[in-house]
Design a protein around this ligand. Structure first.
Ligand SMILES: [Zn+2]
Length: 260
């Protein structure tokens, strides 16, 4: 991954996506925003107890870097609802009251798709042939419910994409080092047992890689950050580490005009 900084706002980029000038993407750290503890400082979530006007300012800072015509987020609830963002949808979009979903997909340019996370995975999908981007919120429930396969299937159905063209990335998130599941026998399906690390720890990076491969994404098109947000809670919000905390922004967008 590559770290970039624009006016104090620090974000990570994936080398596999960076070579495409028609998109902007970033996984934003917690640095460079306006929120005070325990949300310091670039918190983009409204419903975690932070001041709404400060969150607005934080989102504006991210928009100064990404320069979208519109930013779209959703009310994430660890479900499997997927929304296709088109121009009709944008006309009725209300940022104060967005619809509930855990994956958003668009072929519209200038629309920044934002997923908010603190330990969960944000998974970017990009089809450079059909020019489609998606952003997926995938916590352990998302892995259990197959949100990755469902989103890839939706891209295939709606945009006629070939999964073998799609580039996939997995954000900094809960690593096997910190992912203890004492109740794994009741919470996780038996098929996840093979992803057990030491003790009752599970490797959800490997689970997502396997689910991406099973969805038809090629191994060479998968990039996993392999940065644990619990171990690195100085740079990222971590729900496991801090409980009351902010959410980092994961953002992907098709640019309105491709830079030469
Ligand atoms: Zn860790």
């Amino acid at each position: 991954m590559i770290v970039r900084e624009v006016s104090g706002t620090k974000f990570y980029q994936f080398s596999s996506l960076n070579k495409y000038s028609c998109i902007f993407h970033g996984f934003f750290t917690r640095h460079g925003g306006f929120s005070t503890p325990p949300y310091e400082s670039l918190n983009v979530a409204y419903k975690v107890g932070d001041d709404v006007e400060i969150v607005d300012q934080n989102i504006k800072k991210i928009e100064q870097v990404s320069k979208p015509r519109q930013t779209v987020a959703v009310n994430q609830d660890h479900g499997c609802k997927i929304i296709i963002i088109d121009n009709n949808y944008l006309k009725t979009y209300q940022k104060e009251n967005p619809p509930t979903a855990d994956a958003i997909i668009t072929s519209e340019t200038g629309v920044a798709l934002v997923i908010k996370v603190a330990d969960c995975q944000a998974i970017f999908l990009f089809d450079p042939v059909k020019k489609v981007v998606a952003n997926v919120h995938c916590g352990w429930r998302g892995n259990v419910n197959g949100i990755i396969a469902r989103t890839v299937a939706a891209i295939k159905d709606v945009f006629n994409s070939n999964p073998s063209d799609i580039i996939a990335t997995v954000s900094p998130s809960l690593g096997p080092c910190c992912c203890e599941f004492k109740d794994h026998n009741t919470l996780l399906p038996p098929s996840f047992q093979r992803f057990k690390a030491k003790g009752n720890h599970f490797d959800f990076w490997k689970i997502s890689r396997t689910q991406l491969l099973e969805s038809g994404i090629l191994q060479k098109h998968i990039e996993i950050a392999e940065i644990c947000t619990v171990c690195n809670s100085r740079d990222f919000f971590s729900y496991r580490k801090e409980k009351i905390t902010g959410r980092c922004a994961a953002l992907i967008m098709l640019k309105e005009t491709s830079e030469a």
